[in-house]
Design a protein around this ligand. Structure first.
Ligand SMILES: [Cu+2]
Length: 455
């Protein structure tokens, strides 16, 4: 009932109680688009205002806005969501507008934006606009810059986007729980001049990690370090869509890290330069070539390259981050003969499989009985066999004939003749042996320093 008194139009955060909103006030809030699919939505061309080249959110989407008296209005709804991580596994997360992560917010340098945030969570929340230069009272730190948004309330954030670049949004209220539950999203502010840093394709995704026990649906939110699902935009391979480009395209990939550890993101077949961080654009003179860029906790890295035809892996280089939920503490079984032991165990447990004696690659093909709602540790089928990957892994697919603006999966790459590694079927060459070492001391002359030889 006190909410009406707190309602301060145009003076910082305005509080509306969802239950008390009159029809007139309700019309003042733009409709919140809700997404129920985990696929990649194509680029959303600017509906109004300055032109820009829109981004493509990997397994995500861009939030539409409406223009009201020169202000771009967005509506985010914080709420429990069901997110499919890959076909065969869904998780009960918290997110925005039907999905986790939330939709990407796109606008232009100089835009005045107004973001309505409605809280449909069972507890209070806020939104912090990571990297955005704004008035202190719009910074979204619960208790410091605003009261937390209680369940059922809608707050309004309003500020001018002073600079272009790539930023993120996430709660600054019960942060450990709310981020472990998947509350996060991307903000892309396009340059006023559409030719500044122009690229042909611009992909964005967030790194997030979850601890979901095999067979369960809800992340363990008290986990601080030991997560078991490593995701690009709350998806794991083979559930992550490929990034698709045309040969010669200038491509930008923007990666934000809201997990609790760093991720060295590695792209095959190309070299690239980091051109933007969450702090802004990197001047040309300060860039250097890379094939891996480490994205630390709470950082964003945007890198750019010229697309080369092929199917190229892009993945986190921590090898346990390209695996799905697995039992930890697996013993190393390489070199351990298990056949005899396995026979004995099978008498007690008929389904028992001995594995790992020759490495763990056989797990990529193995059809192991898994608990419900659990993905295999590593999976995916390629044109040459099992891909043996999970987690933070997908493919950059570059084709000569991919039409401009076409993001549909072109299928597997057709390699030009004689450009695929082949099986050698000729004679084994004779092993080259090193020259035998001298066996007799007689041939050796011992030379002592300082002229004492001959004694
Ligand atoms: Cu990683």
């Amino acid at each position: 009932m006190t909410n009406r008194r707190d309602f301060l139009l145009g003076a910082g955060a305005a509080v509306l109680s969802a239950g008390l909103v009159s029809r007139v006030q309700a019309a003042g809030i733009p409709e919140a688009k809700i997404q129920d699919k985990p696929g990649t939505e194509g680029p959303l061309a600017p509906q109004d205002g300055r032109p820009y080249q829109p981004v493509v959110t990997l397994n995500g989407w861009t939030l539409p806005y409406r223009m009201k008296n020169g202000v771009k209005e967005f509506h985010l709804v914080a709420e429990p969501v069901v997110r499919e991580f890959a076909p065969g596994m869904t998780a009960h997360l918290w997110g925005y507008n039907g999905q986790s992560p939330g939709p990407t917010i796109e606008c232009v340098e100089g835009d005045r934006i107004r973001i309505f945030v409605t809280n449909k969570l069972p507890e209070h929340t806020t939104i912090h606009w990571h990297g955005v230069l704004l008035p202190s009272g719009m910074d979204g730190v619960g208790g410091v810059s605003q009261p937390q948004i209680k369940p059922g309330q809608t707050f309004v954030y309003e500020f001018t986007m002073k600079k272009s670049g790539t930023f993120m949004y996430h709660p600054h209220a019960d942060e450990m729980v709310q981020m472990a539950m998947g509350m996060m999203g991307f903000i892309v502010v396009h340059p006023k001049n559409p030719d500044f840093m122009r690229v042909d394709r611009d992909f964005v995704f967030l790194l997030s990690a979850y601890d979901i026990d095999p067979g369960s649906y809800t992340p363990r939110v008290s986990e601080m370090t030991d997560f078991n699902l490593w995701t690009f935009n709350s998806r794991v391979f083979p559930g992550i869509d490929p990034m698709v480009a045309r040969t010669g395209d200038k491509v930008r990939v923007r990666v934000g890290n809201l997990t609790m550890t760093n991720h060295p993101i590695h792209l095959h077949g190309h070299d690239f330069e980091v051109t933007c961080t969450d702090g802004g654009w990197v001047p040309k003179s300060a860039r250097w070539p890379e094939v891996t860029t480490d994205v630390a906790v709470g950082q964003m890295r945007a890198f750019e390259f010229t697309a080369v035809a092929g199917d190229w892996a892009i993945h986190c280089h921590k090898s346990h981050h390209t695996m799905n939920a697995m039992g930890h503490n697996l013993p190393t079984m390489i070199g351990v003969p298990q056949q005899e032991l396995a026979k004995k165990i099978r008498k007690l447990t008929p389904d028992y499989m001995d594995m790992g004696s020759k490495g763990m690659a056989d797990m990529g093909e193995m059809e192991m009985p898994l608990p419900d709602n659990t993905l295999p540790m590593m999976t995916g089928q390629g044109p040459f066999g099992p891909v043996e990957m999970g987690g933070m892994f997908t493919l950059l697919k570059v084709r000569d004939k991919q039409a401009r603006g076409d993001y549909t999966d072109p299928g597997w790459y057709e390699h030009p003749p004689r450009t695929v590694a082949w099986l050698y079927e000729g004679e084994e060459p004779e092993a080259i042996k090193a020259a035998p070492a001298p066996t007799s001391g007689h041939d050796l002359k011992v030379r002592k320093p300082t002229g004492h030889e001959g004694h």
